[in-house]
Unconditional design. Structure first.
Length: 97
């Protein structure tokens, strides 16, 4: 399982970008992938990179379709190949530490 941290927002639309971020979150939620949204990013579980990138591409398009001039994307990906990882397993590991 791939676990990714995604922040996507326009940098051309002033100080408040909440409506653009909300649209990106809507795309992620409609994707059917497990996700958890926090104050600064959304954590997403995806079975593979292709699936993850499709969702990011759709979120990007949704924001671009809102007539923005510039979009910023922060993406961090953790792809464990030695074990089956999830958002919950990462949080449990922190609790055990």
């Amino acid at each position: 399982m791939i676990i990714a941290s995604l922040a996507i927002f326009p940098t051309s639309e002033g100080v408040s970008v909440a409506m653009y971020v909300r649209e990106a979150i809507n795309v992620i939620e409609r994707s059917g992938l497990k996700s958890v949204t926090g104050g600064m990013n959304t954590t997403i579980e995806a079975p593979d990179l292709g699936t993850l990138f499709k969702v990011i591409e759709k979120a990007h398009k949704a924001i671009a379709d809102m007539d923005v001039s510039r979009i910023h994307i922060d993406l961090n990906v953790d792809h464990r190949l030695d074990t089956d990882a999830s958002i919950e397993s990462k949080l449990k590991a922190i609790d055990k530490a």
